[in-house]
Design a protein around this ligand. Structure first.
Ligand SMILES: NC(=O)c1ccc[n+]([C@@H]2O[C@H](COP(=O)([O-])OP(=O)(O)OC[C@H]3O[C@@H](n4cnc5c(N)ncnc54)[C@H](OP(=O)(O)O)[C@@H]3O)[C@@H](O)[C@H]2O)c1
Length: 413
């Protein structure tokens, strides 16, 4: 029998990993670590929760981690702050401190594989257009690539740090790169399904019950990949246990395995929430008070590949990435009629006000306002034996159902 440690067990990624580990008969004990308790979601005889603050010193953490060891460690702790430099430092320090703490307790001796969750920001898709599809061998956006001073990315330093610790202590590491995660974690509303579900539920309560497409024309027709938190958890267990040579000490994209578009998903959303779709105002030249345009970055990640691809002079490489939404979600969420509709359904269905207060409207603007595709390839993992797949609409639909059960979205009548 094996044991597991999940660091960041209350998060969207971590919670799903714990759920999968509970179902895995080869795992006898699961240590769940975070500041908040695991709560009823992880109440199971195999689960032992321990308080852990990754911002504490490694010595202090080691005291709390006495007796905690795992054959497999799943690290999905993450802190988001607005200042990029602070965010870089905090997230690096959290992993470094944890690695030092398990060295102090001696738990490094039991580790077989350490699975770190990072994300597709590895390719800079938060900065602008990356080469499509994104593959793991694409160049990292470091200072010496494409002659550009790229912003610091804590994923790169975390991976380097983990690889060094693995080599020092004789275990293997794997890093997963999910895309926008479709999943649910109690008390965490920072996910696309919650914000999208709220947009639909409130649109239903507004006069006419229509679902206007909020994004840009290019966005409507572009291709994307998403990651179900449950499929990602399955991948993590596969990566922990796979015996095929070449799996260990590796980085893998983890997406559902289908390629989707909003043109295909939007009608399904409308039907699910009982809405009709008005004509999209793609051709309207004048700006409405609801629209917004802003710049993501001055350089596209494509610049890193430009020379190799022979596109150094293409305007796509040198034109800044623009976000352009017909309906700016952050503005929409403050409109008096929208607030009134929200309050009506909130009171009618007993919904959670903090879901509305914490919904990631800015993140939604990027998801709907970008003018480029975000497709990741799963070929590398598939060649090594990974066969997992999940339909993206099914991931959304299942998550909406959970959000309805948890009274974050109105129940279906
Ligand atoms: N969600 C997405 O759409 C998405 C997409 C792509 C990649 N990713 C990546 O996936 C990883 C995990 O993200 P997530 O979305 O699962 O984040 P999340 O839902 O915010 O969860 C973060 C976890 O980290 C824990 N944590 C934060 N600060 C801590 C501290 N000081 N000490 C101990 N635990 C701490 C939190 O628990 P407590 O607050 O209880 O301590 C929570 O369990 C990140 O690297 C993220 O970049 C996420």
């Amino acid at each position: 029998m094996s044991t597991a440690i999940v660091v960041g067990a209350t998060g969207i990624i971590g919670r799903a990993i714990v759920e999968r580990l509970i179902q895995d008969e080869s795992i006898s004990v699961i240590y769940t670590l975070s500041r908040k308790p695991g709560g009823h979601t992880h109440a199971h005889p195999k689960v032992r929760h321990a308080f852990l603050d990754l911002r504490a010193s490694a010595q202090n953490m080691a005291i709390g981690l006495a007796g905690v060891s795992g054959t497999y460690i799943f690290f999905s702790a993450y802190t988001s702050v607005s200042d990029p430099e602070e965010m870089f430092k905090i997230n690096n320090d959290m992993l470094t401190n944890f690695l030092t703490a398990v060295e102090i307790t001696g738990a490094t001796k039991s580790i077989k594989r350490f699975i770190l969750t990072c994300g597709l920001k590895q390719y800079g898709c938060h900065l602008g257009e990356s080469k499509q599809p994104m593959v793991e061998s694409d160049p990292l956006l470091t200072d010496d690539v494409g002659g550009v001073k790229w912003p610091a990315n804590f994923y790169y330093t975390q991976q380097k740090e983990l690889a060094q610790a693995a080599s020092k202590h004789g275990f293997e590491w794997i890093c997963t790169l999910p895309k926008d995660v479709i999943g649910y974690a109690k008390g965490n509303f920072m996910n696309q399904a919650t914000a999208l579900g709220l947009y639909c539920a409130v649109s239903r309560a507004l006069p006419g019950s229509v679902l206007p497409y909020p994004g840009s024309r290019d966005n409507f027709y572009s291709f994307n990949t998403w990651t179900s938190s449950d499929l990602h958890a399955k991948f993590c267990l596969w990566a922990a246990k796979a015996t095929e040579p070449g799996v260990g000490n590796n980085v893998f994209n983890v997406v559902n395995g289908d390629t989707e578009t909003w043109q295909a998903l939007w009608p399904r959303l409308a039907e699910r929430f009982g809405l009709t779709i008005p004509d999209a105002p793609f051709t309207t030249a004048e700006k409405s008070t609801d629209s917004s345009t802003f710049q993501l970055s001055t350089v596209q990640p494509l610049a890193a590949n430009a020379r190799a691809l022979g596109i150094s002079k293409d305007e796509k490489v040198s034109t800044p990435a623009i976000i352009d939404v017909k309906i700016d979600f952050a503005k929409w969420a403050k409109r008096p009629d929208v607030l009134e509709a929200w309050e009506t359904i909130r009171d009618q269905y007993g919904l959670d006000q903090s879901a509305w207060d914490n919904a990631t409207w800015d993140f939604m603007n990027v998801a709907f306002g970008r003018h480029f595709s975000t497709v990741a390839s799963m070929s590398k993992a598939r060649k090594l034996g990974w066969t997992g797949y999940e339909d993206t609409w099914d991931s959304f639909d299942r998550t909406f159902r959970i959000l309805e059960e948890e009274e974050i979205l109105p129940g279906r009548t």
